[in-house]
Design a protein around this ligand. Structure first.
Ligand code: OAD
Length: 249
């Protein structure tokens, strides 16, 4: 675990130590230190270089399935080369400390699971899975031909990544689990997300409204000292290990 230090407010460490249900929402920033680009960071974000309307909508896939398939294949390779960083590891460790824990992620990279987190609510799917564009069912095996994208072995329709695109509904069970956790937790962490994509963006507000303490971890967040809203202004890979040390060492 990283030994870089970050000053955690003592009252926040105490709140975490005594919390009964902790909910955590993560975004692309949590995987940035694993070398996976975020979406909206000004110079390095994917949406600074690529147009989401051409790559991450059902219409884009219908118009140019090969381009979309190849772009996701490139991202899948980036993910396959990446390893969990100290932020993912700290969040897996947190699960072992608190009585009830819900980890909700907008990320599709599976790095929380690789770090050892067990119950991960994936709001935007998982890039390692593939599904049929026509039947909307997950497909595990298909014939490797020269077709790009490959064809569904059942219906011959084009295969696509099992991720949520703009204009699509989130998996219902995942969204309900996330909203339930936001309504019932006593602490809610929003980590490495710009908080602009709904419905995930509303979760911290839901938690705040129900009386939970909300903690934002983001190098771009405004530092805020509590008592119900804390802004921890630093990279997740430094802040989260420091938070765990402050609470349990
Ligand atoms: P964004 O790229 O919008 O935001 C990433 C956030 O992480 C920014 O606020 C950064 O300041 C912050 N950040 C960068 N490095 C960090 C670090 N080391 N530690 C902590 N925070 C850091 O990504 P998301 O909010 O995840 O959806 O984007 C939400 C959704 O929009 C994605 O799931 C994706 C995207 O379009 C779809 O593709 C449907």
């Amino acid at each position: 675990m990283s030994e870089t230090t970050f000053d955690i407010p003592p009252n926040l460490a105490k709140k975490l130590r005594t919390a009964r249900h902790v909910a955590v929402l993560t975004g692309a920033g949590v995987s940035a230190e694993s070398g996976i680009p975020t979406f909206r960071d000004a110079q390095t974000g994917l949406w600074a270089k690529y147009d989401p309307q051409e790559l991450a909508t059902p219409q884009a896939f219908q118009q140019n399935p090969r381009l979309v398939w190849d772009w996701y294949a490139w991202r899948r390779e980036l993910v396959a080369r990446a390893a969990p960083n100290p932020a993912h590891i700290a969040l897996a460790e947190l699960e072992r400390h608190v009585p009830q824990y819900t980890l909700i992620t907008q990320n599709v990279d599976g790095l929380h699971q690789q770090a050892g987190s067990r119950n991960v609510v994936e709001l935007h799917g998982n890039i390692a899975r593939t599904k049929c564009f026509v039947e909307d069912v997950v497909v595990e095996h298909w014939d490797e031909t020269s077709d790009i994208p490959p064809r569904c072995p059942h219906c011959g329709g084009p295969l696509r990544p099992d991720v949520v695109w703009f204009g699509e509904r989130l998996p219902e069970a995942a969204l309900l689990a996330a909203q339930d956790a936001a309504r019932h937790c006593d602490m809610f962490f929003s980590i490495g997300t710009s908080g602009v994509v709904e419905p995930a963006a509303s979760l911290p507000f839901m938690a705040l409204k129900q009386g939970a303490t909300v903690v934002i971890v983001n190098p771009e967040s405004k530092p805020s000292p509590g008592p119900t809203l804390y802004g921890l202004n630093g990279p997740a890979g430094t802040v989260l290990p420091a938070l765990l040390r402050a609470a349990w060492q």
